[in-house]
Design a protein around this ligand. Structure first.
Ligand code: MN
Length: 241
């Protein structure tokens, strides 16, 4: 007789991100926002909204929780010739949202902290998916597609709007924007997400990238920054290493 309560395969360990000041943040889900900076929407050939009233609804997609990389070593993925960097603000939720739609004015209270991350993208496969109206999963949700830095408690980060998000590759500045350029800010995104999903402690939200996305090669070294608040260092390794 076998134990009916037993796991039939080993349970995977949860993905964890180190928190500045001690402890770890176990990751439940990763939500991502597309086209949240007008300059990036335009560089991808999409229309940017002319005003807040013209925003429509945000573009959302997801990555699996175990796509997070905290070691700094990111293997160049299979099945692409065009791996792109997208530097992003990452929001970490420290509390469950109440039942129903989360009010914009109540959203900030759910935020545990922030870091910087990369929404790595198989741009060639995404272009095919867009052209054919197919899902983005294979272009966005692949293994090791979400390098992320140390989580910084929200109180240490303070007001986001004047902060600058940037990415350097091999010492050259590739992407840079202040966060007041976000089309949908953090409370607005959490409000919109809550219409679609039950937000929970442990959820991460990648907030979208500014202009300047470009290809990465094996051997490249990236430094993503949110001002002097937090830095993420990573290196693209050859898949054979
Ligand atoms: Mn992105």
């Amino acid at each position: 007789m076998t134990d009916p309560a037993r796991d039939v395969v080993p349970a995977p360990p949860p993905t964890r991100i180190a928190v500045r000041g001690g402890g770890h943040f176990p990751v439940r889900r990763i939500y991502c926002v597309g086209r949240n900076f007008a300059d990036h929407a335009r560089e991808m050939g999409a229309q940017a909204p002319a005003s807040k009233a013209d925003r429509g609804t945000p573009v959302f997609f997801a990555k699996p929780a175990d796509a997070i990389v905290t070691s700094g070593d990111v293997p160049y993925p299979s099945a692409t010739q065009d791996l792109h960097h997208e530097v992003e603000l990452v929001v970490a939720l420290g509390a469950d949202a109440p039942q129903g739609v989360l009010a914009v004015e109540d959203a900030q209270a759910l935020v545990f902290g922030y870091t910087v991350g990369l929404d790595l993208t198989r741009r060639d496969l995404q272009a095919v998916a867009k052209a054919k109206g197919l899902p983005w999963d294979v272009s966005k949700g692949f293994d090791a597609s979400a390098p992320a830095g140390e989580l910084v408690p929200a109180a240490e980060v303070g007001a986001l709007a004047a902060r600058t998000l940037s990415l350097e590759v091999n010492g050259e500045r590739r992407q840079s924007s202040t966060l007041d350029a976000l089309i949908w800010d953090v409370p607005e995104i959490l409000h919109e997400l809550s219409k679609l999903f039950a937000l929970r402690a442990g959820d991460l939200v990648f907030m979208g990238t500014p202009a300047g996305v470009a290809a990465l090669q094996a051997g490249d070294r990236c430094i993503a920054r949110l001002d002097d608040v937090v830095e993420l260092h990573c290196r693209i390794t050859s898949p054979s290493l």
